[in-house]
Design a binder for this molecule. Sequence first.
Ligand SMILES: Nc1nc2c(ncn2[C@@H]2O[C@H](COP(=O)(O)OP(=O)(O)OP(=O)(O)O)[C@@H](O)[C@H]2O)c(=O)[nH]1
Ligand SMILES: [Mg+2]
Length: 256
Amino acid sequence: MTDGGEPGERGPLGTTLVIIPTYNEADNLKNVVSRLRSAVPDAHVLVADDNSPDGTGKLADELAARDDSVHVLHRTAKEGLGAAYLAGFRWGIARDYGVLVEMDADGSHQPEELHRLLTALKGADLVLGSRWIAGGRVVNWPRTRELLSRGGSTYSRLLLDVPLRDVTGGFRAFRRETLEGLGMEDVASQGYCFQVDLAHRAVRAGYRVVEVPITFVERERGNSKMSRDIVAEALWRVTAWGVEGRVKKILGRRHT
Ligand SMILES: Nc1nc2c(ncn2[C@@H]2O[C@H](COP(=O)(O)OP(=O)(O)OP(=O)(O)O)[C@@H](O)[C@H]2O)c(=O)[nH]1
Ligand SMILES: [Mg+2]
């Protein structure tokens, strides 16, 4: 957990919008949306689809036609997770949602655990679902994926001085004011790196960031969009931010 004000001094949360970015998730979408609508009936859903060739966008339209709390944002081309989330955040902020949630479509983030993130958000500005704190875990992950994920979080934590255990995870709840204060306009990062970027910005801005343990379940259907490029992007950007932060610190010291 990071500093940034006392718990409990924040305003009421307002309505929740869960943003689900999708690219070829036709086998998963219906199930995850129905689980979410049962688990947290008050929350609205926004599917942010990048014109998936497998028809996920059309399926999302069918779900939206049957349920007023489900919405769809159709985007023209695959531009990465980060761009889809940024568009979803803007959509939600323009419509006055008080809480914006990030959640994957593939079932790795369990809708039944969302209420715990929302409860923690009452005393925080940003809540991260965390696999790597006590009580958190992953199910069915190969050892190599676990090492990559743990290694990525440790590297980011040490290099960026963020006191968080799971910096790359993507099950998160933001107060809208937090997103408004992060400077979303100049976020350029895409894959895992997008998650590191937002957590880093929140810590630097002095927001109270809290981790809540989650059980992350490996996807059973559809294909992962994880790639060597996504890992490479995270590595170079995190390294560049770390170096930049250290240079600024040294220069700051010289001027005092
Ligand atoms: N709109 C949009 N969604 C994307 C894009 N890339 C990934 N996603 C979605 O983002 C979520 C996370 O992607 P995954 O492929 O599950 O990536 P991951 O969880 O890091 O990898 P796995 O653990 O292998 O599943 C899923 O809901 C994807 O459909 C993209 O370019 N555009
Ligand atoms: Mg996944």
